[in-house]
Design a protein. Structure first.
Length: 256
């Protein structure tokens, strides 16, 4: 039996992102399952690497109940981050470069000495050099921000851009820190890091395990986005967005 056209699907998603043009969902029509969808994601990112970008990390998606409910998908997923997705803290993003961008407050880890594939992270403080508040900008390439599980995996879990705030040494606990997402100085979302798999440290074990299934090994020096602590909110032109994480500080961006 002939399988889905991995390269062809990756090209469609790549062009949709590059031209900020929504496309219809692809998985049902092409018979894409979860494993093949991670193959599309790899091909999609290889196109970016071939064009000169560098892989700089990994992101977890749908790590909270509220996020799963927001998009109607109920599995933790992961995607890849490249250098061009990173926006400086306090920087400006071009709203017009995206289709229907949303922002969400996250916790980021700077990776250090990681366990061997298949091993759990025993000593979190040696696996992670520093932690930071972060904002992820997600932008599904599918019309109306609607997709199935294989669709969203193939689309690199809607990854589009991210901002990392100041790095701090790993605090004693990360499991119940208050989180705010502010838009133009008003509170848009309130949450807790407990929403991220009960404890964002768990997201690292999941990331190592799930990416390992597809032959991807996390690297020292990479950024790891552990997941959102609240639902995502639409990014409007001109908006100033700030994520505040208790004990860790703030990260911010502005949309042009
Ligand atoms: O980072 C995320 O949790 C996003 C995962 C993909 C689903 C979505 O686009 O909201
Ligand atoms: Mg996210």
């Amino acid at each position: 039996m002939i399988g889905p056209d991995i390269a062809g699907i990756a090209e469609k998603l790549g062009v949709a992102a590059a031209t900020a043009t929504a496309i219809p969902q692809l998985a049902a029509e092409t018979g894409l399952d979860v494993d093949a969808a991670y193959g599309v994601q790899a091909a999609l990112l290889q196109r970016r690497v071939d064009a000169g970008e560098r892989l700089v990390g990994l992101k977890m998606g749908l790590t909270s109940r509220v996020k799963m409910a927001q998009v109607g998908v109920d599995e933790v997923i992961w995607g890849r981050l490249t250098n061009t997705m990173r926006v400086p803290d306090g920087g400006v993003v071009d709203r017009a470069a995206y289709i229907h961008p949303r922002v969400e407050p996250e916790v980021a880890f700077l990776l250090d000495r990681l366990p061997e594939p298949g091993e759990p992270v025993g000593d979190f403080a040696s696996a992670v050099r520093a932690v930071a508040p972060a904002i992820e900008l997600i932008d599904s390439r599918y019309a109306d921000f609607r997709f199935s599980l294989p669709d969203v995996i193939a689309d690199n879990t809607s990854a589009a851009a991210f901002v990392i705030g100041p790095w701090s040494p790993v605090p004693a606990g990360l499991d119940n820190l208050g989180v705010l997402l502010e838009v133009d100085g008003r509170v848009a979302q309130v949450g807790s890091t407990a929403a991220i798999l009960g404890d964002p440290r768990r997201a690292l074990d999941e990331g190592i395990r799930l990416a390992g299934r597809h032959g991807v090994r996390l690297e020292s020096g990479w950024v790891f986005l552990a997941g959102a602590a609240t639902a995502a909110v639409p990014l409007r032109p001109g908006a100033h967005v700030r994520a505040v994480v208790e004990k860790l500080g703030t990260a911010s961006l502005r949309a042009s």
